[in-house]
Design a protein around this ligand. Structure first.
Ligand code: PRP
Length: 172
């Protein structure tokens, strides 16, 4: 397998700073919770949360999906739930990538039941061509083509998450 660079560390850094500034402008006050979906998004969360200048709390959620990307009837299971209550808070779900949309379509529905004041999604990468379920994404870092990408949290069989750049993984 070969790695072909798609987004450099510098491009990612600049875009994440812009996203943080936009979020600061959109949420001038109130309780803001950043909900990181494990594992891949923890790298993005670490940078995005520090690009946001206002006060924001973070928490983590684990999700596993079956049949994702292959069928629209993908099942989603919560493997680690939040420690905090979302009631009355502005909630921002932080994801590394949106592919079929199955995970976020399910998760948004689930978290809405917990009575947050608002709920939005911030995703570093979006592959709109792959969508099977509708997802309303408020903040998108980069729209990318339908290629298999790794790095900056994204893995292939748990490998490559700690690459600083985002690369396309392709056969030699
Ligand atoms: C990735 C990503 C999303 C999901 C998106 O997670 O972080 O949670 O897939 O895909 P979808 O739009 O088709 O539902 P993954 O299951 O690879 O887990 P990981 O972050 O732990 O690697």
């Amino acid at each position: 397998m070969a790695l072909r660079p798609l987004l450099s560390e510098e491009q990612i850094r600049k875009r994440v700073l812009e996203m943080g500034a936009q979020i600061d402008a959109d949420y001038p006050d109130g309780k803001l919770f950043l909900i990181c979906i494990l594992k891949g998004a923890c790298y993005f969360l670490a940078d995005l949360s520090r690009a946001i200048k206002r006060d924001a709390q973070v928490d983590f959620m684990g999700i596993s999906s079956y049949g994702r990307g292959k069928t629209s009837s993908g099942e989603v299971k919560v493997t680690k739930d939040l420690d905090i209550s979302l009631e009355g808070a502005d909630v921002l779900i932080v994801e590394d990538i949106i592919d079929s949309g199955v995970t976020l379509n399910y998760l948004t529905g689930l978290l809405k039941q917990r009575k947050p004041k608002s709920i939005r999604i911030a995703a570093l990468l979006d592959k709109p061509e792959r969508r099977l379920r509708p997802v309303d994404v408020a903040y998108v870092g980069f729209r990318i083509p339908d290629e298999f990408v790794v790095g900056y949290g994204l893995d292939y069989a748990e490998k490559y998450r700690n690459l600083r750049d985002i690369c396309i993984l392709e056969p030699e």
